[in-house]
Design a protein around this ligand. Structure first.
Ligand code: ZN
Ligand code: ZN
Ligand code: ZN
Length: 239
């Protein structure tokens, strides 16, 4: 955290150095990114992403959309607009916060995007099947996504039974866990562990972690088996 000198922010462990939450989902032919965080540019450079087929958005909070402008690099190299999948709430926020992208007469060099509205219905992006999962972030509906045996959920503090059903059978789950103390709109670590245990997913990683949660290494040791904190740059292979 900017201007913080707590032990976690000062930690020399690379696993305690966290960009905002985002993941890349790759198959043999298709690459999707979930959310364009304020760190999007650095994340794309770090992961050396040369081809991006689509962006999927979870919700319109700034820490999940602020990096959208930088998709223009992919426009330049792919010579086509970037397909962007968003629900109504996120699309409305994008139209407001990135007004210039939606202008009739665009300034040269601004990003080109094609917005696809995403609902409850599963969609195929390239060869990747995407099942939207609706979760609650206090009163805001947020989209989680299941891709085959892998489910990614961020910024939730409540998941209704019908949506939990959609996660069951996943081999790997990434779920948000902000810190140990109660929070208005994010699962605490204990709440996230509880959800993961109910779902009986064998391999679980926690993300969207605050510096207040503690050191990566220490917290990982406290977790039940099959669960760990996610870390920046982590690669998970799913069959
Ligand atoms: Zn700190
Ligand atoms: Zn949020
Ligand atoms: Zn967030």
């Amino acid at each position: 955290m900017i201007a913080c000198d707590c032990a976690v922010c000062e930690s020399l462990d690379e696993k305690d150095k966290r960009f905002r939450s985002s993941i890349l989902v790759e198959s043999d032919t298709t690459t999707i990114v979930i959310d364009t965080t304020p760190d999007f540019r650095s994340q794309m450079l770090r992961a050396k992403v040369k081809k991006l087929d689509a962006v999927l958005f979870t919700h319109p909070h700034k820490d999940h959309i602020a990096g959208l402008d930088d998709v223009k690099a992919f426009n330049y190299f792919h010579q086509q607009p970037m397909p962007v999948y968003a629900n109504e709430l996120t699309e409305n926020a994008m139209r407001k916060e990135f007004e210039y992208i939606f202008d009739e007469k665009k300034y040269p060099g601004v990003p080109e995007i094609n917005v696809h509205r995403i609902h409850q219905t599963p969609v195929m992006i390239g060869d990747i099947p995407v099942t939207p999962i609706y979760v609650w972030h206090l009163k805001m509906p947020v989209l989680g996504f299941r891709f085959g045996h892998f489910t990614y959920i961020t910024d939730a503090n409540k998941i209704e039974a019908a949506e939990l059903e959609k996660i069951i059978g996943s081999k790997v789950l990434v779920l948000n866990a902000l810190r140990k103390e109660k929070h208005l709109s994010h699962f605490t670590l204990a709440e996230a562990v509880d959800v993961a245990q109910q779902l009986a997913v064998p391999e679980v990683y926690f993300t969207h972690i605050s510096h207040q949660l503690g050191f990566h290494e220490t917290v990982c040791k406290e977790l039940p088996s099959g669960m760990a904190l996610a870390y920046d740059g982590q690669v998970i292979n799913i069959q």
